[in-house]
Design a protein around this ligand. Structure first.
Ligand SMILES: Cc1ncc(COP(=O)(O)O)c(C=O)c1O
Length: 366
């Protein structure tokens, strides 16, 4: 890649080996279950997660929404933390596709207190929606990993009430690397699991949904309804096989680099790293724009100005970053980011911040 791209691990391009595998993959019509590459990928994925069956889907959002549709009835209520990807970043799809309403459960970095969950399960009553599903996320997209004992507690609440649990495990292999356990130890606390082959695992396209044979048979039908039944999909499943075979084992390297980046960032003037959400390949931090925080409007304006300045300065040095969300920046490490890249980012950011401070002090228009 020509740029150091810290915007996300979704920017990862396929490796040469993946491109080669795409060229040579045996294919067939997957709607007839004739694509041996897709079949192989689905079997591998089910085995990795300790589930009976798995299904290849075009994206993580597709996999989450397909799972919600398959678990629930129209009008059901889904219990979920308000900062989960399904709530914030899937464009309201659960209301459109499954026709469910989302009810928020308080959570801290993905950790749900079992009593809070239990107290929100509806009684069977004419007036209330049915509680149809509990959704959890691990690794959480805030960069934290949910401990296994909390997953077990949440699952136990679901089991006791007869409510299935869906795990948005877009980065389940990052969570597994951080916890030092196989992914199936995390997946055991969910009835269905979605994970992404793209993102940190580097495949260009695709995600997996896994669960019981019965669940996956119904999900396969719903995938057709959603327009996600593909034909010679082996071409895109082939890099997914390499992702599972070769890429899982190296995710700890991305985590190590994220920690190195965080350590370097925290030495820069005005930077505060959120160290309690630094379990995987993401670093969240704020940068003080050098204005009194109590003047909120000015503080926000200075923060926006700083963000515009940094984004442009770094882009000029071939480093891509996203602007902050609510003043919080996120840098993600991945396969295409090296130790040298981390060092370059820190040097460039330090000098850009010094430039900003100097120009601000001179009251220059930025
Ligand atoms: C936690 C989480 N779930 C789901 C998704 C959705 O994946 P996709 O972008 O493939 O739809 C993402 C994407 O970044 C994610 O971070």
């Amino acid at each position: 890649m020509n740029y150091i791209d810290l915007r996300s691990d979704t920017v990862t391009e396929p490796t040469e080996e993946m491109r080669e595998a795409m060229k040579t993959a045996p294919v067939g019509d997957d709607v007839y279950a004739d694509d041996s590459t897709v079949n192989r990928l689905e079997e591998m994925a089910a085995r990795e997660l300790g589930k009976e069956a798995a299904l290849f889907v075009p994206s993580g959002t597709f996999g989450n929404q397909l799972s919600i549709l398959t678990h629930t009835l129209r009008g059901d209520e889904v219990l979920i933390p308000e900062d989960n990807h399904i709530v914030i970043h899937e464009a309201g799809a659960s209301a459109v596709i499954a026709g469910v309403q989302l009810r928020f459960v308080p959570a801290t970095r993905g950790i749900i207190q079992p009593e809070e969950l239990e107290s929100r399960i509806r009684e069977d009553d004419l007036h209330t929606p049915r509680t149809g599903l509990i959704c959890v996320e691990n690794a959480h997209s805030c960069g934290a990993v949910v401990p296994l004992d909390n997953m077990a507690e949440v699952y136990a609440v679901g089991q006791k009430a007869g409510i299935p649990v869906h795990l948005d495990g877009a980065r389940i292999f990052n969570a597994a690397a951080a916890l030092g356990c196989p992914a199936k130890e995390i997946a055991q606390y969910a009835d269905s699991v979605m994970f992404c082959l793209s993102k940190g695992l580097c495949a260009p396209i695709g995600s997996i949904v896994a669960g019981t044979e019965y669940f996956i048979r119904r999900a396969r039908k719903n995938r057709k309804i959603m327009g996600g039944a593909l034909r010679q999909a082996g071409v895109i499943a082939a890099p997914g096989i390499i992702a599972l075979e070769r890429m899982r084992g190296r995710l700890a390297e991305d985590h190590r680099r994220a920690k190195a980046l965080a350590a370097g960032l925290s030495k820069l003037k005005g930077v505060t790293v959120f160290s309690e959400q630094l379990d995987i390949n993401m670093v969240f931090f704020t940068i003080d724009p050098g204005v009194d925080k109590r003047d909120r409007a000015r503080y926000r304006e200075a923060g926006d100005q700083l963000a515009r300045f940094l984004t442009k300065e770094l882009l000029d040095r071939k480093i891509k970053i996203n602007g902050p969300e609510g003043q919080v920046y996120r840098f993600a490490t991945h396969y295409w980011i090296s130790d040298d890249d981390i060092a370059k980012v820190l040097t460039c950011l330090e000098s850009a911040l010094a430039d900003f401070t100097r120009k601000n002090a001179q009251n220059l228009h930025l």
